[in-house]
Design a protein around this ligand. Sequence first.
Ligand SMILES: CC(=O)CC(=O)O
Length: 247
Amino acid sequence: MTRDEILSAPSMPAFSPSYPRGPYRFMRREYLIITYETDPDALRAALPEPLEPAPGNLASYEWMKMPDSSGFGDYEESGSAIAATWNGEPCTYSVQMYLDDEPPISAGREIWGFPKKWGVPRLKVMKDTLTGTLHYDEERVAMGTMTYKHRSLEDRLDTVREGIGRLNVNLKLLPDVDGGVKVAQLVGYRLQDVTVHGAWEGDARLHLIPHVNCRVADLPVRRIVGGRHQIVDFTLPYGHVLHDYLA
Ligand SMILES: CC(=O)CC(=O)O
């Protein structure tokens, strides 16, 4: 393998790359998002400075089903996020994500610093209920339920689209070969070319079970604010560094 071939490999293994270069387009990505009030101390402990909590101590727990994702295929994902601010601008900070497909785990961690680990999430319509579950090491650690298409947001799809395009933030941490810290950054990105196929709101419930290696219950549920179901297309662009902890 020549130097040029090595430097043009999109990912490891260079001889059989895990994921290609972008653009990464997601078609008909389906979400169940349950927004809830959590414990302020737990929220602060999960949020890296200099991000600040947004008013209301709001967290969200979500399931995503991605049937057609360029470069990554067909997979499902689940995890938690916090409503925060970056220099006064509202943003969403990803706390932890669990999914069942290696390329988006590797790409997510290596490119944007998504906090991804292997888990087995499922999002299904079970009779009258939109139902999400997450299993980690064969134990069920999360279940979310929402009424199915009770209240359409058809007349507010522009607001839904704007919300999807807002600033998202990850904490990217990568070790150096000697075990020290090579990369420690807050990475920002905004989803682009968003098409909303449908969006609904409704009542929801969320059950999170403590697990030491899958800490979804460490942002406990104090009060459910509501559920959102949406089906969207978008492009995930490369990110940009908001803050470098090593600078
Ligand atoms: C590749 C990614 O990180 C995107 C996703 O799985 O949400």
